[in-house]
Design a protein around this ligand. Sequence first.
Ligand code: MLT
Ligand code: MN
Ligand code: ZN
Length: 299
Amino acid sequence: MLLRILGTAAGGGLPQWNCACPGCAGARRHPSRRRLHDGLAFHGTGTGAWFLVNATPDVAQQLESHADLRPGAGRDRTPVVRVVLTDAELDHTLGLLRLREAARIEVWCTQPVHKALTTRLPLTDVLSPYTELTWHDLPLTDAGPPVRLAGLEVSAVPLSDKRPRYAADEPAHPAWSTALKVRDPSTGTSALYAPALAGWSDHFGAAIARTDCVLLDGTFFDEEEPRRTGISQRTASEMGHLPIAGPEGTAERLRRLGAQVYYTHLNNTNPLVDPGAPQHEQLGGRGLRVAEERMVVSL
Ligand code: MLT
Ligand code: MN
Ligand code: ZN
């Protein structure tokens, strides 16, 4: 399979339109530091077929800037777009509105995400005059067979009951926020995408241990970053994102695993958005890396 990185920034992007913090100012001075909202496209082995993971506010630009995702191959338009969602967060779903020129949008998501996106953010009602929006159940890993998309097996590992702020009063459910598992049956290789890791469960640890490539929540470098930079009164973990560094951070836990790991969903406050930041050395020493924009991983 081919995994195409469409963006690597947390909500707001880099630079964020209303922010002049060092990370955002640096990205304005050095365009190579710019990052679009985190999202992926997967291609099955030996096929032109692909599907998106999450539909970000940057989705049209993301599709346009990858030749393999543009319309073509004998068609005037891309008739159907397939999107798998890890959660119902705005940075992962607003792009569905942007895709309304498609004849059909097919979406796979978990049950609480479907409820949020049809009631609290009424996408079916809003989009029905424009396109045909079809919802499908995204199966939970180990709870049934995965769904087959573009020749790949796709399922969701439940991570937490972290709800989007617009649906904060909805009931708790373990599949509000998930990691997406994608396995290529033709090679036996697999990838895991977890842009919001609120806690490290044994279940997640076991899923990661069986995976060849992990794209992991790299929103905040350390636990105090959101409070220190003034963007929130809460710590990184309280915001639903385990930090990279520190005793409870993901870097320490990942040291014991053999998978290729790339951090993604970087917030503009994360010092790693500056390629010269000394914090990069703390990653390199452990075999961990920051995902690059437009990176392609072949598994
Ligand atoms: C998150 O990743 O925690 C959310 O996307 C934050 C947001 O609402 O922008
Ligand atoms: Mn986010
Ligand atoms: Zn900023």
